[in-house]
Design a protein around this ligand. Structure first.
Ligand code: ADP
Ligand code: MG
Length: 161
């Protein structure tokens, strides 16, 4: 499918969704996370990390001050928070393209701040607050018809009817 929308009613549910997505990843995936502060981008990334095999003991936090944190697991997890890139014309120091390979999965919070460095093929995830504990999540592949990501969404929807 070319887009999947669902509502979670707790941080645990958002984490579980991220985890299922992580479990379905085979390497090379790029997940761009959009949403305001507190929308749940980090919570989703925590689930993703779990699904990639990062130890539950390992704290996954917003890498706001470090911008990029890497975790070794079944697949390398590259967690980026682009918030501090706002206003920076040149973000090439991140070497985003070099971080995308078949042994790793990348998740970027505040991905809109990547500017020109936004990877062409990616899964866009937008989280929206719709109540204290409820969030609307919209998942969309880019390009919209990308085969790998549309198949991923099919599999995700099967687990989450
Ligand atoms: P972001 O990284 O987008 O700034 P965080 O993931 O750090 O946001 O924080 C989300 C906050 O919202 C957490 O305190 C979490 O417990 C809370 N929360 C409440 N309901 C949900 C939900 N359904 N999904 C995700 N987080 C939720
Ligand atoms: Mg965050």
């Amino acid at each position: 499918m070319t887009s999947l929308e669902l509502i979670t009613q707790s941080p645990e549910a958002t984490r579980a969704l991220g985890r299922r997505l992580g479990e379905l990843c085979v390497g090379g995936e790029v997940v761009l996370l959009h949403g305001n502060l507190g929308a749940g981008k980090t919570v989703f990334a925590q689930g993703l990390a779990l699904g990639l095999g990062v130890s539950p003991e390992e704290p996954v936090v917003s890498p706001t001050f470090l911008i990029h944190i890497q975790y070794q697991a079944r697949l390398t997890f590259n967690h980026i928070d682009a918030y501090r890139l706002l206003g920076k014309a040149d973000t090439s120091f991140l070497a985003i393209d070099e971080l995308i390979d078949n042994q790793g999965v990348m998740a970027v919070e505040w991905a809109e701040y990547l500017g020109n460095d936004i990877p062409h093929k990616r899964l866009e995830v937008t989280l929206q607050l719709c109540g204290e504990d409820s969030r609307l999540l919209r998942l969309e592949p880019r390009p919209a018809a990308d085969q790998h990501y549309t198949a991923l969404l099919d599999a995700l929807a099967e687990h989450h009817p």
